[in-house]
Every structure is written in C-alpha cells, then in structure tokens.
Design a protein around this ligand. Structure first.
Ligand code: CTP
Ligand code: CA
Length: 231
C-alpha cells in the first residue's frame, strides 16, 4: 500500500466515493455498460480509510474485494447510483465521483428477452439522458462546505486540448476539483497505473506523474484535505 505524509488527517471526516461503471438494462439478460473497473475508486476508498476517514463506497458492478473498514453500497444503474450517493452525501465532508455513470438509458426496458426477427432486421433502441449526479451535487450542495470532486477522461479534439476541455467541464459541472486523465495515448481502463492533473475551481492545477492509483488517490485526498473547513 502507498504511504503518505498526511497521517490520520481525515479522522472524524466522512467521505463518499463512487466507483465502477453503471449498467442500464435492456431486457433480463442484456445491458448498456462501460469498461470502468472501479480500481481508482477502490484505491480512493482504501486511502481515505488509511487516513482515518469514515468511508462510504458506492460501487457499481465492481468485482474487486470490499476494502477493509469501508461501508460498501452496491448499485447497478445510474438512477440507483444517484440515490445512494445523494443520500450518503447529506452527511459527507467530501464526495468523489470516480464512477463512470452511463450517460444514457433505454426509454423502455423489456420484461422479456428481446428476440431476433426472422427477416434479419435489427431493433432500434431509443435512449434518454440519465441525471448528471456530479452536477446535481455541485449545485444542490447537500452539505455546505463539503468538497465535491469529479473525474474526466479526455482526448483533445478540434474544439480544444485536453486541459481546455477539462477546464470547461470543471466550470460546467460546478465541482471543486476535477481529476483529469489524458486518454489520447491509449487506455486507462483496467490499468494498474494512472497519470493525471488535479484541476481546482480556484484555478490551481497539480500534475500527478505516472504512478499507482493508490498514489494518485493520496494526492487527491491531499487536495481535498487542504480545502476542508476546519472541524
Ligand atoms: N458524472 C455523473 N453523472 C453522470 C455522468 C457523469 O456524476 N450522469 C460524473 C462522473 O462520475 C465524473 C464526471 O461526472 O466524475 C465527469 O464524467 P464525464 O463522463 O466526463 O462527464 P459528462 O458530463 O458525461 O461528459 P461527456 O459527454 O464527456 O461524457
Ligand atoms: Ca459521460
């Protein structure tokens, strides 16, 4: 496990971390999902517990073992993730949205298995947008003074660089910190290592060199701890 200089600096704090990828059911055997492994969220939960925090980990479809000393709440869909995060956030000093919520869900969920048609035609699936949990947390502020943290995996595109897009996303979401992964070069999904920039709404940016997800987790908690109101 990764060491840090913070000691038990999160003692007496309650933090909420979401992890994994949500699934939106199409029928009893199929879902829309994504490749998030939950590793970064689990590393955050472990690191916060090691620093003395009371941790609620909201886990969406993660196959990793429960971290010791952490309360784990299991969810499947974005709607369930939203309910679990918002209810835990009421008592939280910090909320870190490391999960990858499905952005869309099917308008209709079939109660029976969708069958192939004889004529070779394929069904159309109509999607609707899911609620944006991070945006809601950031605007509603269920607990005043709590630090709200988002994640973003970005590739640059015609409209801007990774950092331009990330700054715009931070402003759009209204959170306090945004942890940005540059995924132009390949996959972060399922990887052991991570490299990131922690952007803050107050304008600072902390570069985190390639290292373990545990090491990144501790840098994130350092940034959170520096912004917590004194208890
Ligand atoms: N997020 C959320 N609720 C959603 C979608 C995303 O809370 N319905 C959170 C993620 O957990 C993450 C942050 O928002 O912390 C950014 O996620 P991202 O997918 O990058 O943001 P989107 O607004 O969905 O933008 P994009 O169109 O780039 O997917
Ligand atoms: Ca998204």
């Amino acid at each position: 496990s990764t060491t840090h200089s913070g000691g038990l600096d999160l003692t007496g704090r309650h933090v909420v971390v979401s992890a994994g990828g949500t699934r939106e059911r199409l029928d009893p055997v199929r879902f829309l999902g994504n490749r998030s492994s939950g590793r970064q969220g689990y590393a955050l939960a472990r690191a916060a517990a090691a620093r003395g925090a009371e941790v609620t980990l909201v886990a969406a479809n993660v196959t990793l073992p429960d971290p010791a000393g952490v309360k784990v709440v299991r969810v499947e869909s974005t709607a369930e993730l939203r309910d679990a995060v918002l209810s835990a956030a009421a008592a939280a000093d910090a909320v870190v949205m490391a999960a990858a919520p499905a952005d869309f869900r099917p308008v209709h969920r079939s109660e029976t298995k969708i069958k192939k048609a004889e004529d070779g035609s394929a069904p159309s699936i109509t999607l609707e947008q899911n609620p944006d949990i991070l945006k809601e947390l950031s605007s509603e502020r269920p607990r005043p003074g709590a630090v709200i943290v988002g994640f973003a995996a970005e590739t640059g595109d015609d409209s801007g660089s990774v950092l331009d897009l990330a700054r715009a996303k931070l402003a759009r979401k209204g959170c306090d910190l945004l942890v940005v992964n540059d995924v132009s070069g390949g996959a972060v999904f399922g990887a052991e290592d991570n490299e990131a920039v922690v952007l803050a709404a107050d304008g600072t940016a902390v570069d985190v060199p390639r290292g373990s997800k545990g090491a990144l987790a501790h840098v994130i908690w350092d940034q959170v701890a520096a912004r917590l109101p004194s208890s």
